[in-house]
Design a protein around this ligand. Structure first.
Ligand code: NG1
Length: 527
C-alpha cells in the first residue's frame, strides 16, 4: 500500500472514533443500531464498499443509509453488491472486524491484511464507484457525510450521491418501464368476463411517514385504472414507523394511524392481514398457472422444458400458508430469517419465489429458463400468435422484468399484485380467502445477552442454552395446532418469540409462557 494511501486512511479514520463499550455486529441486513453510535461504522463501510468495488473490477457498489422499519432514532447501513443483491456473505466477517477495530492503527492493519489476502489492486486505472442513498431519517444527512468520507479515503474512489431514495430503487429501473410492463400484463388478461368489483380500483397505501410515500405519489400520476391514495406520506409531520408501517401492522396487528373504518371495511373489528405469505401464494398460483399453460400440447424438444418451481419461506410463515402451498403441489423449503438466505435458496430454482411473512420477497428466474422462455415465445408467436400458450410465455417474460430480481422491492411487488389480481378478476377479499391464517402472536423479550440463544434447523429449534427447547416443546404440546420458536433478532437487541395455535387466546398464552421461559433461562434485560 502506498504511503499516501496509508496516511489518508490514518488521518481520516482518526476523525471517526468508534463508540466506547459498544460491540457492533453485521446482522440480518447490515448494521443497525441507535443512530448516535453509527458514525464510525458508516465511515468504515464507505471504505469497505470502495474495496468491494475494486475487488469486482470497479463495478458499482450501493450503500443505503437506512434502518428500514426500525424506530426513527435508529439508523443503519446496507451494502448492495454489483448483482443488486446484498453484500456477499463472505465479506461479512471483514465488515464486522472493520466496524469494531478500536484504533486507526488497528483499522489500517485490518485493511492492509485484507487487501493482500483478496489481492485487491488499490492503484487501478478504473476507480471504485459507489452509489449512495439514504431514507428520510433526520440522522441520515450526517451519516451520509461520514460515509462519503470513508469512500474518499480510498484514493480515487468516486461517490454518486442519489440523495433520498428507497433501498430497492438504488438498484432498480425507472418507473416508466414498470408502467409499460403493468400495461403489458393488463393487456394479456384473459377474456371471458373475469370482472373486478367496484371499489377495487382504489388502493390506500400507508407511506409509514417514510421515503416510499413520496415515490408512490409519482407513480400515481402514471398508472391507468388504479387510484393510489397515500396516507402517512410524512408531509404532515408524522414520525417514521411510529404507529404506522408494515412492521407495526404485521407484528402488533393494529390498523396504522390515518386509516379509518371505511378503509378497512366497516364491519371489521379485527384486522384482516394480507401478508407476505398471501403475496407468495398469489404469485405461486399465477406462475404455476402460466407454466402449465405453456406446457400444454408441446411435443418437440424445446417445448418440453419442465421448469423447476420452488417456494421459500421462513419459520415465521403462517402454518396455514405452508399447508396451502403444499396442497397446491408446490415444493416448499425453509431458510433462516433474512432475505440473504431466502434469496440464495430461491436462486437454485428455474423459478424461485420467496417471501418473509412481513412482506420482504421477490421472484427469481434462472438465466437458462429465461433463455428457453424467450426461444419458446419466438416459436409460439410464429405458429400460434395470440394463443393461451403464447400469452403465458409473454406474461412470464413480463413478470421477470417487472419484479425486481435484485432484491425484494415493495413497489414492483405491489404492481405485480395488482396485475395478478386483475388477471384473476379477484377482489382483495377473494385473495384473502385463499386460506385462513392460524392465529399467531409475536413478542420481543429483552435479555442480558441475546447471543446466548443458538438455533438450528432454519431457526425452528434451540440448541443453546441446554434444556430450553424441551421446555418449549412441553408448553407447545398443550395447545391444539400449537407451534412456537424463539431466535435472537438480527436487527434489534431482543429475543423474538413466535407462537401459533388454533385460537388467538391459545397463541397469546403460548407466546407468553415461552417468553417466561426465555426470561427464566436467560435472565432479564436492562429494560
Ligand atoms: P430480525 O430482527 O433478525 O428478526 C427483522 C425481520 C426479518 C427481516 C429483517 C430485516 C421479522 C420477524 N424479522 O429481522 O424478517 O425483515 O428484520 O429487515 O419480521
Amino acid at each position: 500500500m502506498k504511503e499516501e494511501q496509508r496516511s489518508l486512511l490514518l488521518s481520516s479514520s482518526s476523525r471517526f472514533p468508534p463508540p466506547q463499550g459498544v460491540r457492533l455486529s453485521y446482522g440480518t441486513s447490515g448494521f443497525r443500531a441507535d443512530a448516535a453510535v453509527l458514525e464510525s461504522t458508516v465511515y468504515r463501510m464507505g471504505i469497505l464498499a470502495a474495496l468491494r468495488s475494486l475487488n469486482t473490477e470497479s463495478s458499482v457498489i450501493g450503500i443505503m443509509i437506512t434502518a428500514s422499519h426500525n424506530k426513527v432514532s435508529d439508523n443503519g447501513v446496507k451494502i448492495a453488491d454489483p448483482s443488486g443483491g446484498m453484500l456477499s456473505q463472505e465479506w461479512e466477517p471483514f465488515a464486522d472486524a472493520l466496524a469494531n477495530a478500536p484504533t486507526p492503527q488497528h483499522l489500517l492493519q485490518l485493511i492492509t491484511e485484507f487487501v493482500e489476502k483478496e489481492s485487491i489492486l488499490l492503484e487501478t486505472v478504473r476507480p471504485a464507484e459507489i452509489l449512495l442513498g439514504r431514507d428520510t431519517r433526520p440522522s441520515g444527512e450526517s451519516l451520509l457525510e461520514a460515509t462519503k468520507q470513508g469512500i474518499s479515503s480510498i484514493l480515487g474512489a468516486v461517490t454518486i450521491d442519489m440523495g433520498i431514495v428507497t433501498t430497492p430503487q438504488l438498484h432498480w429501473m425507472a418507473f416508466t418501464q414498470l408502467m409499460l410492463l403493468v400495461r403489458c400484463l393488463t393487456d394479456l388478461i384473459p377474456s371471458g368476463g373475469r370482472k373486478m368489483s367496484e371499489g377495487d380500483e382504489k388502493l390506500v397505501v400507508d407511506g409509514a411517514n417514510g421515503v416510499g410515500g413520496e415515490k408512490l405519489e409519482l407513480l400515481n400520476k402514471m398508472l391507468d385504472g388504479l387510484l393510489i391514495d397515500v396516507r402517512n406520506s410524512g408531509k404532515d409531520g408524522g414520525i417514521l414507523n411510529e404507529g404506522v408501517g408494515a412492521d407495526y401492522v404485521q407484528k402488533e396487528k393494529l390498523v396504522p394511524q390515518g386509516f379509518d373504518s371505511q378503509d378497512i371495511g366497516l364491519s371489521c373489528s379485527k384486522i384482516e392481514l394480507v401478508d407476505g405469505d398471501k403475496i407468495l401464494s398469489l404469485f405461486a398460483i399465477f406462475i404455476k398457472e402460466q407454466l402449465s399453460s405453456l406446457n400444454e400440447g408441446g411435443e418437440n424438444t424445446i417445448s418440453s422444458y419442465q421448469a423447476h418451481l420452488g417456494v421459500v419461506q421462513t419459520a415465521y410463515a403462517n402454518g396455514a400458508s405452508t399447508d396451502y402451498l403444499k396442497k397446491l403441489g408446490l415444493e416448499v423449503v425453509f431458510t433462516p430469517t433474512g432475505v440473504k438466505y431466502l434469496h440464495e435458496k430461491a436462486a437454485e430454482y428455474d423459478v424461485g419465489i420467496y417471501f418473509e411473512a412481513n412482506g420482504h420477497g421477490t421472484i427469481l428466474f434462472s438465466e437458462s429458463f429465461l433463455l428457453w422462455l424467450q426461444g419458446r415465445h419466438k416459436e409460439l408467436s410464429a405458429v400460434s400468435k395470440g394463443s393461451e400458450q403464447e400469452k403465458a410465455a409473454l406474461r412470464l417474460l413480463a413478470v421477470s422484468k417487472l419484479i425486481n430480481q435484485a432484491v425484494g422491492d415493495a413497489l414492483s411487488g405491489l404492481l405485480l399484485v395488482e396485475a395478478v389480481l386483475r388477471h384473476m378478476g379477484w377482489s382483495i377479499h377473494r385473495w384473502s380467502d385463499l386460506y385462513q391464517d392460524l392465529p399467531s402472536r409475536q413478542i420481543k423479550v429483552k435479555v442480558v445477552d441475546r447471543t446466548a440463544v443458538v438455533t438450528a434447523n432454519a431457526e425452528t429449534m434451540v440448541v443453546q442454552p441446554p434444556g430450553i427447547q424441551e421446555a418449549i416443546n412441553a408448553e407447545t404440546a398443550k395447545y391444539p395446532q400449537g407451534r412456537s420458536f424463539i431466535r435472537p433478532s438480527g436487527t434489534e437487541d431482543v429475543i423474538r418469540v413466535y407462537a401459533e395455535a388454533s385460537t388467538q387466546e391459545g397463541a397469546d398464552s403460548l407466546a407468553n409462557s415461552v417468553a417466561t421461559l426465555v426470561r427464566q433461562f436467560l435472565g432479564p434485560g436492562s429494560s
